[in-house]
Design a protein around this ligand. Structure first.
Ligand SMILES: Nc1nc2c(ncn2[C@@H]2O[C@H](COP(=O)(O)OP(=O)(O)O)[C@@H](O)[C@H]2O)c(=O)[nH]1
Ligand SMILES: [Mg+2]
Length: 324
């Protein structure tokens, strides 16, 4: 399965059921109207669902249709209401009208929903003494759907810096919640559980020196940083993708800034991984003089990881307090 974060779909609501025109003849030959109303057509509803990880299911099925309302029948019988069609999307999905690119709704929290197209009203039967009417028409809309991952911490860095190793260490028994076959090609999610908190952690695919030119995976996936609260910029002191820590740092930051200057302002910790490979007694702070907070860790052995996570929770906690 591949990770899909943008799709176009068509939604079509159900047509209203036709009202019935019928009469019953009484013993005195008087004709009494008794046609029932048609049922309303179903709506197409988009709903944020925490169990849905991406938009893959929408990609393969492009048209989502609700049921039409049933026609009214004789003896004042109402037509059945057409059932709604619920389309599940991940939390963090934004819905636009494809035609004018206007925002319809941002679905962030679990269970939040929007009626994308409303079903047609059922037609009137002639029971009230007026002629029966047709049901309301169905509506059709083309939607552009864009999903941005919601996570507390994003792991970003060059290839092989140890992002996956760190994610696995933080989120438990080496099992990821969403395991895609091409691990480095799709964002990976996990949940870090501490005594008080649960933090959602997301590893983004690696940035390469030439990502900005569209090489490798390009930079499309950086869009997921939009709601990020904190980035762990994971650096490798012996990277084959950069000459030293500082040039590795610059490649990543320049790529992010080039994608969206605002993203370069997202708070970040510098996480120098593989500290087990550094010579003992190396003056670590001097290795990387930076304005950000620097953490030396080994994702593999676990050294420094709990200090990093305490600082992260403190940082995120302060943010939460500041908001209320
Ligand atoms: N020595 C050492 N190697 C590590 C450490 N963390 C990760 N690695 C190794 O670095 C390589 C790349 O790790 P991975 O997590 O796949 O990197 P990613 O591409 O950033 O996700 C793997 O061979 C890991 O075993 C560490 O703390 N110390
Ligand atoms: Mg990885």
């Amino acid at each position: 399965m591949i990770f899909i974060d943008e799709v176009t779909i068509v939604v079509r609501s159900g047509q209203g059921g036709r009202g019935c025109e019928s009469f019953i003849k009484r013993a005195d030959h008087k004709r009494i109207p008794n046609g029932g109303d048609g049922g309303d057509g179903g709506d197409v509803i988009l709903r944020a669902d925490p169990q849905t990880g991406d938009l893959f299911a929408l990609k393969s099925k492009r048209i989502f249709e609700a049921e039409g309302g049933g026609a009214g029948t004789r003896n004042n019988k109402y037509g059945r209401k057409g059932s709604d069609r619920v389309v599940k999307v991940p939390c963090g999905t934004t819905i636009f009208n494809k035609k004018d690119h206007l925002l319809i709704r941002d679905l962030v929290h679990s269970g939040e929903e929007v009626i994308a197209v409303k079903g047609g009203k059922g037609g009137y039967g002639n029971h009230a003494g007026y002629s029966a009417t047709q049901g309301g028409a169905s509506q059709e809309l083309e939607l552009l759907i864009s999903f941005k991952i919601i996570a507390d911490i994003f792991l970003v860095g060059l290839p092989n810096s140890g992002k996956t190793t760190l994610l696995k260490r933080l989120t438990g028994a080496g099992v990821l919640e969403t395991e895609y076959p091409f691990a480095t090609k799709s964002p990976q999610m996990g949940t870090y559980r501490s005594q008080f908190n649960r933090l959602r952690i997301c590893e983004l695919p690696a940035i390469y020196q030439a990502s900005g030119e569209g090489r490798g995976l390009g930079t499309h996936f950086l869009k997921h940083l939009e709601r990020a609260q904190l980035i762990f910029l994971v650096l490798d002191p012996q990277s084959e993708f950069s000459t030293d820590l500082e040039s590795g740092y610059n490649i990543v930051i320049d790529t992010i800034r080039h994608y969206n200057p605002a993203f370069a302002e997202i708070p970040r910790f510098l996480v120098v991984n593989k500290s087990d490979l550094l010579p003992k007694g190396a003056e670590k702070q001097k290795l990387f003089p930076a304005k950000e907070r620097v953490f030396f860790i080994s994702a593999k052995s676990g050294t420094g990881v709990s200090r990093l996570m305490s600082a992260a929770q403190k940082f995120l906690g302060i943010l939460h307090e500041a908001r209320t």
